[in-house]
Design a protein around this ligand. Structure first.
Ligand code: SF4
Length: 124
């Protein structure tokens, strides 16, 4: 969209923009058969249990979810990628490969410039 000359406002106003930034723990929450509240089915880190915690409160306030909501907390390549807010990679793959859900998505082939770190949909 940017390559086609669309400005940030136009990108944000497009229908496809509603899907931007949705990823494990941000727009997605998983409750296991035992009630554990996890960022996704493939990201088995529990931030609480629905038997003892309010689901919405865990999703909004638990430190694990708070870090996943905030793409500026991402590390590695996803941490300095200019698409961190729009994409953010798979937090489940990052956890599977490194044990850290904030790390680089190991299957992404994109190589951001080391100095990148703007949000394409928020500028222009
Ligand atoms: S490095 Fe890849 S997976 Fe990570 S935010 Fe950038 S484009 Fe997405």
């Amino acid at each position: 969209m940017r390559a086609e000359g669309m400005a940030g406002d136009q990108i944000r106003g497009s229908g496809v923009a509603r899907g931007f930034g949705i990823r494990d723990g941000h727009g997605i929450v998983f409750v296991s058969n035992t009630g554990e509240i996890c960022p996704a089915g493939f990201l088995p880190l529990s931030a609480g249990n629905v038997r003892t915690h309010r689901l919405a409160q865990v999703y909004r306030e638990a430190p694990l979810f708070a870090s996943l909501h905030d793409s500026s907390s991402f590390q590695g390549r996803c941490g300095f990628c200019e698409y961190h807010a729009l994409c953010g990679g798979s937090r489940a793959r990052a956890f599977s490969a490194t044990g850290n859900p904030l790390e680089t998505d190991p299957l992404c082939l994109y190589q951001p410039a080391a100095t990148a770190r703007s949000t394409p949909a928020s500028d222009g």
